[in-house]
Design a protein around this ligand. Structure first.
Ligand SMILES: [Zn+2]
Length: 419
């Protein structure tokens, strides 16, 4: 058993003296409470065929039943390891990034909460490096949590590279890594529910400009996973309204890292649920919401850049759009020999809709282009890719805004891809 994590019955190999246990689900049937995930919503509990009550909300982390216990060891002060200058990074921060970095360092030193309000693509990971170093120098235990698995997977090698000596594990639904008392944990926000009184600092990368709505139980999970004096640092491009108000009133500690070079913010993508689009495409149909969006842009004479997870999907959608009367359409992908010419024709407005794989996600600028992703849940659309795609809109100072829409198989409330 390792301190700081909750074990289910049978998961603890030995029973050390210090082991403590508590009931997983408390209360009676009218007022249930799952200690592990914080669920207290009646319809998020269910019964098995044999009548055993369990929590549906954290089912993906193995079922907890009413009679189950959670076992844990309290993390001890003398388990801490103190590192000397663990950060091995030769990179340089921009002036704006330094402002963010200094605020993170100060929050870590004082164990005070912080909102790092940073526009997507502003280099937020680099802004955490110095704060992490200070934390490890003080022997603190740190978690970096993101709602998205792909973000965690991308972060692992980056943090391993800059903190080569700090034991680090990356935890997500089917991760190879298993928690073995590491001082530094990268985890999906879902994994936080397994921890108890362990972290001194929890970074929460909300990625909330993207099709992943805020987890209603996240606050509980963070509170439970941190130590009594621990703190949390939220990193987000678009804080919720209440938080923005608190920042304005000066009651929420925050640092705001501004905008892109022309002073306007990155367009905030809108997530639109379109259901099982693959099934529809088989019948040569696409969701009305997509067609309406295209129609709206074309009525305003805006060029459209539409991204796809796969080449075949792109061709199928092209066919449907042509049937719907859109004729000035072209497709590009990495092996397309005419790619350059097609991009030029789109830039010259000879074509009005350009369909693309992720090949055009970076490096291209089109004036006043409106951007959408079809099937944004696809694995190719990592956070980094979606940030780049969103960045295609509003690049020109003359047209600094633009719509960005992510059409997705999942609805915002779906947890399917999030643990
Ligand atoms: Zn639960």
């Amino acid at each position: 058993m390792y301190p700081g994590i909750l074990y289910l019955d049978g998961e603890q190999s030995t029973c050390p003296d210090r082991m403590q246990s508590r009931q997983a689900i408390a209360g009676d049937e009218k007022k249930l409470f799952c200690f592990r995930c914080g669920n207290n919503i009646p319809h998020l509990f269910a019964k098995t065929f044999s009548g055993i009550l369990y929590c549906r909300n954290c089912l993906m982390m193995k079922r907890v039943e009413k009679s189950a216990c959670l076992h844990y060891l309290e993390a001890k002060e003398d388990d801490r390891i103190f590192f000397t200058r663990p950060l091995k990074w030769a990179g340089k921060l921009s002036v704006a990034q330094r402002k963010g970095s200094d605020a993170v360092v100060s929050a870590v030193e004082r164990l005070e909460p912080l909102l790092l309000w940073a526009v997507a693509g502003s280099g937020k990971t680099e802004m955490t490096f110095r704060g992490l170093e200070v934390a490890f120098e003080h022997g603190m235990r740190v978690c970096f949590a993101s709602p998205r698995v792909d973000v965690c997977i991308e972060l692992l090698p980056r943090f391993q590279e800059v903190f080569p000596d700090v034991p680090l594990v990356c935890l997500y639904g089917d991760s190879e890594g298993r928690f073995q008392g590491e001082q530094f944990v990268i985890a999906t926000t879902h994994q936080l529910i397994r921890f108890y009184h362990y972290f001194d600092v929890i970074f929460i990368d909300e990625v909330d400009a993207f099709p992943y709505a805020k987890d209603p139980f996240l606050e509980y999970a963070v509170r439970k996973a941190k130590t009594e004096n621990g703190t949390e640092i939220y990193i987000t491009a678009t804080p919720e309204k209440a938080w923005q108000d608190e920042c304005m009133k000066g009651i929420r500690q925050h640092v705001k890292i501004p905008a892109r070079y022309h002073g306007h913010k990155l367009p905030v993508p809108e997530a639109v649920w379109i259901g099982d689009w693959a099934k529809r495409l088989k019948k040569k149909q696409i969701c009305k919401k997509v067609l309406n969006w295209i129609q709206k842009q074309r009525q305003n004479d805006k060029p459209i850049l539409l991204f796809f997870p796969k080449i075949e999907v792109m061709y199928e959608v092209k066919e449907v759009l042509e049937q719907a009367g859109y004729l000035k359409i072209e497709t590009v992908h990495s092996a397309d020999k005419e790619r350059k010419e097609k991009v030029e024709r789109f830039r010259a407005r000879e074509t009005s809709i350009l369909l693309s794989t992720t090949i055009l996600e970076r490096g291209v600028t089109f004036t006043d282009v409106q951007v959408a992703v079809f099937g944004s849940e696809g694995v190719v659309f990592t956070e980094a890719a979606l940030v780049q795609i969103a960045g295609r809109a509003g690049r020109k100072a003359t047209h600094p805004t633009g719509e960005v829409t992510f059409f997705s198989l999942w609805s915002n409330t779906g947890n399917e891809t999030r643990y």
